[in-house]
Ligand binder design. Structure first.
Ligand code: NAP
Length: 262
């Protein structure tokens, strides 16, 4: 029997079936003055773990993949920190035909671009992100600081564009400014947790797409934000809540006025 994925909306008023790929890219993301809108997308277990044995693989399922693709279809640029790229063995985003159609309809390029943030440039050119490139791929952008070793830059320049930003560990505002300069109106950060903490500390998170997987992971995993220096909580409001395969998909916004009407 063919597996049929049904995603339902629980909030605001329930809808028996929604297509994430039709929903996410059409949601409002008003561009803040002078910088792109910043979304974060993460999956966590019911007890808050973001990784099992070092990756998020055990948390995912086809429903999460559908929402993950829909979130990616909503952005101009994806940014991920080097730890995540290494752990999750990142590849260049290659959306399917439907995603590309949805992106074109929204006035976006057919594929999102990918930026990787690394101070050390400890990025093996054998990683799939570099080694599996196709002739029509856009090369990844690597954002680093002024102290990055020249030899490491040279080693990566055949498979990526490497840009040195002003700070040794580029600050979130510098990263967003670079992507803004390249035309980004919406940027999606895919983590990891220590990278998310920098956006949280800078007060730059506009949207948090959180998938809650139906399992208790236990173990030593960090939460979706790890190592934050911020002492005040960042208040969020629910914009929508979806469910499929016992997995919850919450879209939070950080602007109260933009959230779910009472
Ligand atoms: N559940 C989920 O949705 C999800 C999503 C993403 C990741 N994860 C998991 O999260 C874990 C990785 O997260 P993590 O917090 O340990 O690491 P991370 O945030 O992914 O990466 C940290 C690394 O990124 C680079 N970096 C971060 N901020 C930087 C800055 N401002 N300037 C320059 N470089 C910067 C540094 O790389 P260099 O060392 O190269 O300088 C740093 O060591 C993995 O287990 C992964 O599977 C889970």
């Amino acid at each position: 029997m063919r597996y049929v994925l049904v995603v339902r909306r629980l909030l605001p008023p329930p809808v028996a079936e929604v297509d994430p790929l039709e929903l996410y890219p059409t949601l409002e993301r008003p561009k803040p003055a002078g910088r792109p809108w910043l979304m974060i997308n993460m999956i966590a277990s019911a007890d808050g773990a973001i990784a099992v044995d070092g990756t998020s693989e055990a948390l995912g399922n086809p429903a999460d993949m559908a929402v993950f693709s829909a979130v990616r279809a909503s952005t101009d640029w994806i940014v991920a920190a080097a730890g995540t790229v290494r752990a999750e063995r990142y590849r260049l985003p290659r959306p399917g035909a439907t995603s590309r159609r949805v992106r074109r309809a929204a006035g976006r390029a057919e594929r999102p671009r990918l930026a990787v943030v690394s101070a050390s440039l400890d990025l093996d050119p054998g990683l799939p992100l570099f080694a599996d490139q196709q002739p029509d791929d856009d090369r990844p952008l690597i954002l680093t600081g002024p102290d990055a070793a020249a030899a490491a830059v040279e080693a990566l320049e055949s498979v990526a564009e490497v840009v040195r930003l002003a700070s040794v560990r580029p600050r979130p505002a510098e990263i967003l400014a670079e992507l803004h300069r390249r035309g980004a109106a919406v940027v999606l950060s895919e983590g990891g947790p220590s990278f998310n903490a920098q956006f949280a500390d800078a007060g730059l998170i506009d949207e948090l797409c959180l998938s809650i997987a139906p399992l208790v992971a236990g173990g030593p995993s960090p939460r979706i934000v790890h190592g934050s220096q911020r002492t005040l909580p960042l208040n969020l409001c629910i914009d929508h809540l979806l469910e499929a395969s016992d997995t919850l998909f919450v879209r939070y916004l950080s602007t109260p006025a933009a959230g779910l009407a009472p």
